[in-house]
Every structure is written in C-alpha cells, then in structure tokens.
Design a protein. Sequence first.
Length: 199
Amino acid sequence: MHFRGFVFVVLSSLGVIGCRTDYAELPTFSPEKKLLQAVIEVPAGTNKEQAYDPKTKEFKPVQRAGTDRMVEFLPFPGNYGFIPGTRLEPAPGVAARPLPILVLAESQPSGTVMDVQPVGLVLLDNVGVMEQIVLAVPARPSQRILPDITTWADLTHRYPAAKEVLRLWFQHRGRSGEVHIMGWKDEKEAERRIKAAMQ
C-alpha cells in the first residue's frame, strides 16, 4: 500500500476525513452571542420536503408510501427546520423530533445554522397529531426581509396579510383536509415552549 493510501485509511478510521456536522448535538443557543439557533432543513421557495437524519448526519427526503414527499401547493414560505437541543414528546406512532421552526427570511441552503429571534407560534392538528411550529426572523437585522419585526404584534400589525398567507400555506401543505390551524401564539409563548422542549 502506498504511503498516501495508508494515511487515508488511518485518518478515515479516526474520523478525520469525511466527518459531518452533527446538527442534533448543536446547542439551542449560540455559545458566542447566546442567540436562539435554527438548523435549516428545507430552503424557502422549494416544494421538496426533507429532514435531518441524526443517525447518518444527512438531510434526506421525507417519504410517504415509499415516494418523496412534495408540497402540492405553493413552495415553503420560509426556511423550515428545527431548533437543536430540543425534543418534543413523541405522539403515538410518531418518532420524537426537535421543535420545528419556520424562519421568515431569504432562502438558505440545507444545513445552514442561523441565529434567530422567535416572533410567534402556530398550533396545528395534522391528521390528529398536534404540532407546534415556532415562527422566527433572523436575529441579524441585515438578513431580515421584514424590517423591524421582532414580535407577533409587529408582524400582525405591519403585515396583516402574512398571517393569512401562513394560514393558507399550512392548511394546504398536506392533503386536502389533513391540517387544521388550532391557534396562534405570541413570541413569549414561543419562548416558553422552546425552554420546555430543551433537553
């Protein structure tokens, strides 16, 4: 075996080559700035659903009945992902997952870790399974597409149509009649639920 080949085998066995970020092990808040973090799984503007698999450390298509799941409606209105370091109690027949988040910002690639600020929470009934999704904006003002929005009151007062857009999108995300909006909450309730879901 050539020396370079030997070095590659040794480094690979030590995990130095080909190591991937373990997004599931990231802290909930960024160590430097102490800001809430979001891991983006699905970029804004796409219809293809995917999710992070902590076992393989890869972003994989979400499947339903053996086929990749697509939103048969308008594309994602924000960057969809999860809050690392959180865990929701699993529902019957549903695997445990981190708390989901929708970041209202320009499209970000899968695997992007963003510092964000919660502005609200949407509660859904998805075929009998209760879901809660945090709504957020980038913590950095230069990344925001909705200027000066830091609270639920800001969002609903300055952009009243945004709530209606989100309502329509969530209700049409799945098959007709599957998803129902159960309520909307403000940033304080979002923060409370994030803390409750922290491991």
